[in-house]
Design a protein around this ligand. Structure first.
Ligand SMILES: Cc1ncc(COP(=O)(O)O)c(C=O)c1O
Length: 363
């Protein structure tokens, strides 16, 4: 078995003990709250990690793009929700092909776009399951809760479409100042979508699924009465932003990047062989704070170019050329998408190479 110390750099490590612990904890929280867990596999895009999530009790997976679903379906995953507005006849045809093999549903917030999807399914004598996206305050996609009833009624009547339920995503929690604020976003996230579900049922529309979830809001949102499903993604690895938000502890973080010092020209500057191609340029949330924490030091990566991570060396730290360091990335999801292979480790041994099978799948 290979040692971590023998890996080329930069390399992304996944600590399997921590992944298993993170999966078990979230699965237990979902069981306690009596909701189904449908983790967002966008974070890892790795088939083996998806299988671990199902083995830990997940009901299925969430993804964003049809091409991601195609990769997971080909590997035997048979229950996928695309928590993303799926628009266009080209995608409808690919969804139809997927629906021959797996249980699939998509998010929607637009009547005419959904009508076009339904037309393709109707022509084939089939029905596509749709969840209406409700905006609970993130203000990205999703209908205003005040409009949800009217839009849901129209979607529910579309040929070729079955309205399976409603969903939302409290992404505004990534700006929360404290863990209590994030928990409050989660409660409000759950209450918003549960209220819409009640209104739809009052109108005679059956609502089977009431789905919530981001990693910072999962634990509070899933406990709201009426919520049936939760879709956290990042919790599988966590990252520097989740530590800064107070969602997890440093020792829960399962993804680290090893890099080598390639230059240390002056005492207060060192340069690593990991730049934006390795770490992404995503900022630390909720407040900017460099591009990655160097574990075991007080130093952070202050700026990046593609192949350079420039470290502002903190007083008391010292970096020698050739030395290896371990970095906690700001945002694990985007790091996965940058790498063909991740190294699954236990302690200082490499246990497996994980192919990021659905990386770069953007269509
Ligand atoms: C619609 C949707 N649901 C769930 C998630 C998972 O959230 P997180 O990455 O905070 O776990 C995301 C993440 O972007 C998302 O966009």
């Amino acid at each position: 078995m290979r040692a971590v110390a023998d890996l080329p750099t930069p390399a992304v490590l996944i600590d399997l003990d921590r992944v298993e612990r993170n999966l078990a904890r979230m699965a237990e929280a979902a069981r306690d709250a009596s909701v189904r867990l449908r983790p967002h596999a966008k974070t890892h895009k790795v088939l083996e990690i998806g299988r671990l999530q199902l083995a830990a009790g997940a009901a299925g997976l969430s993804l964003a793009k049809v091409s991601e679903a195609e990769v997971f379906a080909a590997a035997g995953f048979d229950d996928i929700f695309l928590a993303y507005p799926t628009v266009g006849e080209d995608r409808a045809r690919r969804l139809l092909a997927l629906s021959d093999r797996i249980r699939i549903a998509v998010g929607a917030d637009d009547v005419e776009a959904t009508r076009a999807l339904g037309a393709v399914f109707r022509a084939a004598g089939r029905t596509l399951d749709v969840l209406l996206k409700v905006d609970c305050g993130y203000h990205r996609v999703g209908v205003d809760p005040a409009d949800a009833r009217a839009v849901a009624c129209r979607i529910a009547e579309l040929p070729g479409i079955r309205l399976r339920g409603v969903f939302t995503h409290g992404g505004q929690a990534y700006s929360a100042e404290t863990p209590e604020d994030a928990a409050e976003v989660g409660r409000s996230e759950g209450e918003t979508v549960a209220r819409v579900a009640r209104e739809l049922r009052d109108d005679g529309i059956p609502v089977e699924e009431v789905s919530v979830g981001s990693t910072p809001t999962a634990l509070s949102a899933m406990r709201v009465e009426g919520v049936t499903e939760c879709r956290p993604g990042n919790y599988v690895y966590y990252d520097g932003s989740q530590v800064a938000l107070g969602t997890c502890r440093l020792e829960d973080c399962a993804m680290t990047v090893i890099a080598r010092v390639v230059s240390a020209p002056v005492p207060d500057r060192a340069v690593l062989d990991a730049g934006s191609k390795t770490l992404s340029s995503d900022p630390l949330r909720p407040r900017a704070g460099g591009h990655g924490r160097i574990l075991g030091t007080s130093s952070r990566i202050e700026r990046l170019s593609e192949e350079h991570g420039v470290v502002q060396v903190a007083p008391g730290d010292r970096f020698r050329v050739g030395e290896r360091v371990r970095i906690l990335p700001n945002h694990a999801c985007v790091v996965s998408n940058l790498h063909d292979v991740l190294y699954a480790v236990r302690g200082d041994r490499v246990e497996a190479e994980l192919r990021v099978a659905a990386r770069g799948k953007v269509t």
